[in-house]
Structure formats: C-alpha cells, structure tokens
Design a binder for this molecule. Structure first.
Ligand SMILES: C[S@@+](CC[C@H](N)C(=O)[O-])C[C@H]1O[C@@H](n2cnc3c(N)ncnc32)[C@H](O)[C@@H]1O
Length: 220
C-alpha cells in the first residue's frame, strides 16, 4: 500500500512538472495567439447555464479568458474562482486584470483546495486534454454539489485541436464522446449534451446524486 502511495505521489509530480514545462513558456501573450475566441467562450458559459449567485470555477483556467462571461453570469453576489497548476499562467491572468473578476489560485486541478459539494458550476477548457480525464473528473465531481453542472469545452473542434499537436483525432481519444461518456459515468456525471462537430467541442454533464459514485478500482 505504501509503495502504491509513493508511486502515485511521484507520478503526480511528473504529471504536474510536464504540464508546467509545457505551459510556462507559452503563458506570456497566450491570448494574443487566439484573439477571436471571446464570443465562443461566452457562448459556452451560456450553455453551462450558470445562475446568478452561483459559485462557478474554471479549472485549468490559464489566463482566465472565461472570467468575463462567468462573472456576468453569476452577478455581483456570485463567486468565480480560477485554478491553474502553471504559476506563469496565473501571473499572466493577473497582468490582464482578471483578478478583479474572481479569485486566481495556483493549484492542481486533481487536488482542488475546495470542500466537497461546494461548487454549482465547473467550466474547463483544455484541462482534461492534458491527463487521463478520469481522475480530473473524479475531483470535479467531489467538489460539485449534486445537480451542479460541468462544461468540457474547446473553442475549436477535436480534429483541429489534434492537428495543432500534429495528430489525427480518433474515436479512442480521451475526449472522444464514447470515451468521455464512460469516464463521466464512472465518476458520477450524467452527460447532457455533446457537440463534437467542426465548430467547437462541448460536453455538458450534470453531477449525479450519489456522492460515492466517483470512486472505483482505479483509486488508491
Ligand atoms: C490549453 S490551456 C487552456 C487555458 C484556458 N483554459 C484557456 O482556455 O485559455 C490548458 C491549461 O490547463 C492547465 N492545466 C493542465 N493540467 C492542469 C492541472 N492538473 N491542474 C490545473 N491546471 C492544469 C495548464 O497549465 C494550462 O494553463
């Protein structure tokens, strides 16, 4: 058991380090590379159906591009929090004045500093593509109240995203509908809507009622 725990700690350190190495040098000017995405983020937040007064989180928030529509949706009495494991991304978000719209935290999305069932809506764009989605979804399920909502989003299609990384999208990709559906079910999420077309990638899911449904044999 102790060996299993050590293995998990070290593999987590590797995972976090790989993500940070990849994104640290890309943080400055991140949004300059994607100047036309604003309306697409706003539309995804509308689809997530965030309500006024909600606590909404953006996991893998990067420069917090989604903060403007999230703040508009929750209104002045709601809470917006962004979590990213790459400090340079959070620093860039601060430079872009996003901290006036919500809290920005350097944290691993697989270990969020949030209480169980404390969140109404989860926005993610790019977070689940950087690791096996199962564990990420499990942690998002832990922090989300039953009936709370999740959006897995990318402003371009899965095919365009794969091409950006020199790959070809397949039905075996972690975010391919059949694969993600399996992970949703295993981690306590009920899928509600899929858009895996040419325009954007969007999967919406609702947190099921059973608090223990996020646990399975892959847990240590
Ligand atoms: C493709 S970028 C997208 C950033 C932002 N969501 C956007 O749409 O512009 C992916 C982001 O996820 C962050 N990330 C990846 N794995 C993470 C993890 N385990 N915990 C927190 N952030 C993570 C990276 O640091 C990076 O900023």
């Amino acid at each position: 058991m102790r060996e299993k725990v050590f293995r998990k700690v070290f593999s987590d350190m590797d995972r976090v380090q790989r993500v940070q190495e990849f994104f640290a040098g890309r943080a400055a000017g991140w949004e300059v590379r994607f100047p036309d995405d604003g309306p697409s983020y706003a539309r995804a937040v509308v689809d997530l159906a965030v309500q006024r007064g909600d606590t909404a989180i953006d996991v893998g928030c990067g420069t917090a591009r989604a903060f403007v529509p999230l703040r508009t949706a929750v209104g002045p009495d709601g809470v917006v929090l962004g979590f990213d494991v790459t400090p340079e991304m959070i620093a860039e978000a601060v430079c872009l004045d996003r901290a006036r719209l919500g809290g920005l935290v350097v944290a691993d999305g697989f270990r969020l500093p949030l209480a169980d069932a404390s969140v109404d809506a989860v926005f993610t764009a790019g977070f689940l593509s950087h690791a096996a989605p199962h564990r990420g979804l499990q942690e998002l399920a832990r922090v989300t109240r039953p009936g709370g909502r999740l959006c897995v989003f990318h402003p371009v299609s899965r095919r365009a995203l794969a091409a950006r990384h020199g790959k070809v999208a397949t039905n075996e990709d972690p975010l391919a509908p059949a694969q993600l559906e399996r992970d949703f079910l295993a981690t306590g999420w009920l899928s509600e809507l899929w858009e895996d077309g040419e325009d954007r990638y969007l999967a919406l899911a609702v947190r099921g009622e059973c608090a223990e449904s996020g646990k399975d044999e892959r847990d240590v």
